[in-house]
Design a protein around this ligand. Structure first.
Ligand SMILES: [Zn+2]
Length: 415
């Protein structure tokens, strides 16, 4: 039997029934349910002519050795958030498994290039707050000393949770060895947003992952009595912050895919009988283009200065976190576009707002690309996360075509 996308859906349902409950998927990394999901995966590859091992960071590698050592990697993650959906991450793993089966059968166990399937460890960071843990170890961008002491809500340390599953955080850097011979990385994922559904498209080509500028922005005014202080002499820190909260919408709207969010506002003293003396906000800005992102950051800073002056306040900025945009590989983007067009008739290109393991792989210098399949209602990280079965099947077909094109490309480059 050649590629069978229906088998992927059967696999996904089997995994859902085994590792979910009434509240959704419970495959949180480094827990027993996650280990159960990985055991289930092992049972699925038993009959295939593959080798399997876990790397030093707990990533699961299934290798189908080919005539060439040059390697095509297909990836996903079996871990989920608590009460998560049935497709986030697991679609990437199960669809890749189906493509691996097809390669094994078509080439009688020995394809022209080596094909590997990776199930990344702890993509979600749901328990310890550190996303992309396994893939960053692979890419050599991990932050072990900052991460080892992280604790979950019960006070258990990341280092100990990892050890319980048989891994040592001190050896995480050894996971970079898996980069050897890697020539291309492909990842299929649900969109987790509303864009493809709104355009009535089953599949999309992912241009890259957006860069993020995240800052604490604090306005300082003067606390004063709400009753006795005339309006024209107030130093109202909230008024200045409010102006910025509205201004970021027009800053973002100048660019097609940019987003700006003021997701948190705290006022001090925070009582109804006092003008706000201090207002702490947090601003998150994202775009795929580094220049646009830098420009939006500058514009927001300038606007905050202007609003502070207007309200007789001052403002201070401090960076919470930032990451540069990651653009996927041009040649692989072209193959992804062809594959999506062949299966669905048209190929829309869109950036990813959320980060993904593919971004870490690309950061390590390995050519990478992602494909999205439509998410119903644009909802994810929730038990109601869903995608039409017909679209899931198309996504397996398109990933398979993309894998064939990438394998040919790898071969051409080495011959
Ligand atoms: Zn995911």
């Amino acid at each position: 039997m050649s590629l069978d996308p229906k088998r992927t859906i059967a696999d996904l349902k089997e995994l859902r029934d085994l590792t979910g409950d009434d509240n959704g998927a419970q495959r949180v990394a480094w827990t027993d349910t996650w280990l159960k999901a990985r055991e289930w995966f092992q049972s699925k590859i038993k009959s295939l002519p593959v080798q399997h091992h876990y790397d030093a960071a707990g990533n699961s590698w299934t290798t189908l050795p080919g005539a060439s050592e040059k390697t095509l990697i297909l990836g996903g993650h079996l871990d989920s958030v608590p009460n998560g959906g049935w497709l986030d991450g697991s679609l990437g793993v199960t669809a890749s498994l189906e493509v691996l089966r097809r390669f094994a059968e078509e080439y009688s166990g020995r394809p022209p290039v080596t094909v590997r399937l990776v199930d990344w460890a702890d993509e979600e960071g749901a328990r310890f707050g550190r996303s992309l843990l396994g893939s960053s170890a692979f890419a050599g961008t991990s932050s072990i000393d900052a991460d080892r002491g992280r604790t979950d809500k019960d006070g258990i340390r990341l280092e100990d949770a990892v050890a319980r599953c048989g891994f040592s955080i001190d050896r995480f850097p050894e996971a970079t060895r898996e980069q050897k011979n890697a020539a291309a990385y492909l990842e299929l994922h649900i969109e987790q947003g509303p864009v493809l559904e709104r355009m009535n498209l089953p599949l999309g080509v992912v241009l890259g992952t957006k860069g993020v500028e995240r800052h604490a922005v604090t306005f300082f005014g003067q606390e004063a009595h709400s009753g006795s202080t005339p309006m024209d002499v107030r130093h109202d820190a909230l008024a200045a912050a409010a102006k910025l909260a509205l201004e970021i919408r027009s800053i973002a709207s100048k660019h097609k895919d940019a987003v700006c969010t003021m997701g948190s506002v705290k006022t001090f003293p925070g009582i109804v009988t006092a003008v706000v003396g201090r207002c702490e906000t947090a601003l998150d800005q994202r775009d795929l283009d580094a220049g646009i992102l830098a420009g939006m950051y500058r514009e927001a800073q300038e606007a905050s200065q202007r609003f502070a002056r207007e309200e007789k306040c001052t403002v201070e900025w401090s960076r919470i976190w930032s990451i540069e945009p990651i653009a996927f590989h041009p040649a692989l983007l072209g193959f992804c576009e062809e594959a999506v067009r062949e299966v669905s008739g048209s190929a829309h290109r869109l950036p990813s707002g959320p980060l993904h393991d593919a971004a870490e792989v690309a950061r390590s210098g390995i050519p990478a690309v992602m494909m999205f399949v439509q998410s119903l209602r644009g909802i994810s990280h929730n038990k109601i996360e869903d995608t039409k079965e017909e679209h899931l099947q198309m996504s397996v077909q398109a990933l398979d075509r993309l894998a064939s094109k990438a394998a040919r490309w790898i071969l051409d480059a080495t011959s």
